[in-house]
Design a binder for this molecule. Structure first.
Ligand SMILES: Cc1ncc(COP(=O)(O)O)c(C=O)c1O
Length: 409
C-alpha cells in the first residue's frame, strides 16, 4: 500500500515496507520517509536551522516537507489606502490545497516529532471550523496516521450530526474521528485535560497517540515561522528590498511567536503587528512568552511584537463591516481573505492606517495571509447581502427557440 493510503494503524519505519497486525486490522504499509522517493514532498529530512537561531534550545531534529514553499509575495493594492503606504502580501494561503494556510508549516515540525516518537495516531483539538484540525487531519492521512479531533461546538448542536460545512467536510472526507464537546465543557475542563482524556482512552485501546495542542502552537510549532522568516529573508535578497512592518492574525500565538522572534534574530528586523482575533492582547503577550521561553530565547514578548485587539464581536463572529471589506478586497484584488483570522486582521490594519496615517506614512508593509478559506463557507448565508452581482439572463423573444433542442448533452 502506498503512502497516504488508508489504514487504521501504522508504524513508521524509514525506507521500510512492513506488515503489521493491530487490534484493528492487518495492514501493509510502505512509507517513503527519507530522501527523494516523493521528489521531496512528504519526505522527512534532518532540520538545519538558520545560523541566527542556532542558540535556541531545543532545536528540532527533523522536519517533514508538507507545505508548498516558498509562498509568493506580491504587491497588494487595497482600495482607499493612502498613496504613501506600500502594501505587500505573502500568500501563505497557497501553502497547499486541503493543507492550506499557516498550520501546515507547524505540522512539518510537529508530525516529524510524532513519527520520531513512534506515534500511530494524532489527537488535536479546536473549534468546530478549526483550520488547524482540518490541516492536521489531512497531513495525518498523507502520513498514514489516524487522526482524532475534539471539536468545540454549541450545546444546542451537540447531539446532531455536525454536518459537512467547510473544514468539517474535508476532515470527514479524509476519515478523521470527530468527537464533539460543548463550549461550556471546553471552558470548564480545558483543552489540555480534554486531549489527555482522549489520549488515555486510546492508550488503553493499544494505540500510540501524539497530542498536538490548540492551533499547533507550542515551542516546537514556533519553528514554523522562524523558518518562514528565513524564507522571507531569502525572497527579499532576490528582490533587494526591505519591509518595515509585518502584519499577521493571532489565534493561538505560535505564528506570532515565530515571526517576532525570527524578525528580531535575523536581518529582517521588521516590526511585527499581530492582531488577536480571540482572548485579548495581554493574554497573548503571556502566551507568546511561554512559546519563547520554551526555546530559551531570552527575549521579552513585549519588546518584539505589537499585539492589538481585532476580536470585534467575538471569535469567529463577523460584523457586516468586516464581511463588506472582505468582499470589497476580493472584488478589487482577487485575494480572498478568511472571515475568522486574516479578514479581521486586515479590517483592523486598514482601520489603524486610516485613523493614524502618520504612523504608517512611507512604510513598506508585508501582510501574511495565513489561509483559512474554508471558514468562508460557514459565513455564506451572512455574506449573501454583500454580493448582489447576479441576474437572470435576458433572452429576447426574437431569439429562435427550436435550434439546439435535444442537444443539451
Ligand atoms: C487561517 C488562520 N490564520 C491565522 C491563525 C492564527 O495563527 P496562530 O494560531 O499561530 O496564532 C489561525 C489559527 O489559529 C488560522 O487558522
Amino acid at each position: 500500500m502506498l503512502l497516504g493510503a488508508s489504514s487504521s494503524s501504522a508504524i513508521f519505519c524509514p525506507k521500510n515496507s512492513i506488515t503489521l497486525q493491530t487490534s484493528h486490522k492487518t495492514t501493509s504499509v510502505r512509507h517513503s520517509m527519507e530522501g527523494d522517493q516523493n521528489f521531496g514532498f512528504l519526505s522527512k529530512k534532518p532540520y538545519d536551522p538558520p545560523s541566527w537561531a542556532l542558540h535556541l534550545n531545543p532545536l528540532p531534529s527533523h522536519v517533514f516537507s508538507l507545505a508548498h514553499t516558498p509562498t509568493p509575495i506580491h504587491r497588494w493594492n487595497l482600495p482607499n489606502l493612502p498613496k504613501d503606504v506600500e502594501l505587500w502580501i505573502k500568500r501563505d494561503d497557497l501553502t497547499g490545497m486541503q493543507l492550506s494556510g499557516n498550520k501546515v508549516r507547524k505540522l512539518e515540525f510537529l508530525l516529524a516529532e510524532a513519527v520520531a516518537q513512534g506515534a500511530d495516531c494524532i489527537i488535536t483539538i479546536g473549534g468546530i471550523q478549526s483550520n488547524h484540525c482540518r490541516a492536521t487531519a489531512v497531513a495525518a492521512r498523507y502520513l498514514n496516521l489516524d487522526c482524532h479531533l475534539i471539536l468545540r461546538t454549541s450545546q444546542a448542536l451537540m447531539e446532531k450530526d455536525p454536518g459537512l460545512v467547510g473544514n468539517l467536510l474535508v476532515e470527514r472526507l479524509v476519515g478523521a474521528n470527530v468527537e464533539l464537546v460543548s463550549k461550556e465543557e471546553y471552558s470548564r475542563i480545558g483543552s489540555v485535560a480534554l486531549t489527555e482524556l482522549l489520549k488515555e482512552r486510546l492508550i488503553k485501546e493499544g494505540r500510540r497517540p501524539y497530542v498536538i495542542p490548540v492551533g499547533g502552537s507550542n515551542s516546537l510549532g514556533t519553528w514554523a515561522y522562524i523558518e518562514a522568516v528565513r524564507e522571507i529573508e531569502e525572497q527579499l535578497e532576490q528582490g533587494k528590498m526591505k519591509f518595515d512592518d509585518i502584519v499577521v492574525a493571532c489565534g493561538s500565538g505560535g505564528t506570532t511567536a515565530g515571526l517576532s522572534l525570527g524578525s528580531t534574530l535575523s536581518n529582517l528586523k521588521a516590526k511585527i503587528h499581530s492582531y488577536a482575533v480571540c482572548d485579548n492582547p495581554s493574554y497573548f503577550y503571556d502566551n507568546v512568552q511561554d512559546h519563547l521561553d520554551g526555546l530559551h530565547a531570552g527575549v521579552n514578548s513585549r519588546d518584539i511584537v505589537n499585539i492589538q485587539d481585532a476580536k470585534g464581536l467575538g471569535y469567529a463572529m463577523s460584523t457586516p463591516e468586516e464581511l463588506t471589506l472582505l468582499k470589497e478586497i476580493a472584488a478589487a484584488t482577487g485575494v480572498v481573505l478568511d472571515p475568522v483570522y486574516s479578514g479581521k486582521a486586515v479590517f483592523q490594519m486598514v482601520k489603524d492606517i486610516t485613523e493614524n496615517p502618520g504612523k504608517w506614512e512611507k512604510r513598506k508593509i508585508l501582510f501574511i495571509h495565513t489561509g483559512g478559506l474554508l471558514g468562508l463557507y460557514d459565513k455564506a448565508e451572512q455574506m449573501v447581502q454583500t454580493m448582489g452581482n447576479w441576474r437572470q439572463m435576458d433572452i429576447g423573444e426574437s431569439v429562435p427557440r427550436t435550434e439546439g433542442i435535444g442537444k443539451m448533452f
